[in-house]
Design a protein around this ligand. Sequence first.
Ligand code: ADP
Ligand code: AMP
Length: 217
Amino acid sequence: MRIVLLGPPGAGKGTQAARLAETLGVPHISTGDMLREAVRDQTEVGKRAEGIMKRGDLLPDALISELVAGRLARQDCERGYVLDGYPRTLEQARFLEEFLDRSGTSIRVAVNLEVGEEEILSRLDKRRTCRGCGAAYHLDSSPPRLPGRCDRCDGELYQRTDDLGSAISRRLEVYQAQTEPLIRFYDDRRLMHKVSGSGPVEEVAARVLAATAGARS
Ligand code: ADP
Ligand code: AMP
């Protein structure tokens, strides 16, 4: 099962990808989480990524694709994975297609989470993220049991720098210009499933699972 989750920032990709990956027993691969870990650990990639992410811009395609290729080559990806936040540009989508083609595999389904702009802005404003494991909380709809602490790993919850100020509008702009065209890319390949990302997390999860059912049978 090789699945791509698409959608604007704050649509719920991370939330749904984590659930879907657990249900299917495959890894959840989030380029955003990988980069935030790199920033936290101040690796070479992390030092390069920090300012770009804070502004709400994208990292260079070549750098991110190399990172993803390394991750997908690991053994736990043999039975599939749920990709969240990658691909994000047409160049990345083409790279992924060619990379998988070389090993005789391909993406089986792409799911686009559709959420209106007002809801997105509210979700980004209320999102709190765990410094330890990257889990996302929402101050109203999915608050942590203890304020400021992660339910899963007791890590500290913080507000992402790109969930503040002008980075938000920049990310929405970048999404429209660079990532939205991927809907057409996967549509042309008959892989695209559009799903409403509004409503309770469980209901969205059921829709996402149903959208991937055809590819799993
Ligand atoms: P993305 O990975 O697409 O940027 P997240 O999964 O981090 O989005 O979700 C953004 C915010 O919205 C988080 O605070 C998350 O807890 C919250 N959220 C996710 N899904 C829903 C939902 N169905 N209803 C309300 N809030 C949600
Ligand atoms: P996300 O957690 O998916 O919202 O990603 C956070 C930030 O990480 C983005 O705004 C980009 O700066 C960077 N990033 C994540 N994935 C990619 C990608 N596929 N290509 C380029 N930059 C990325």
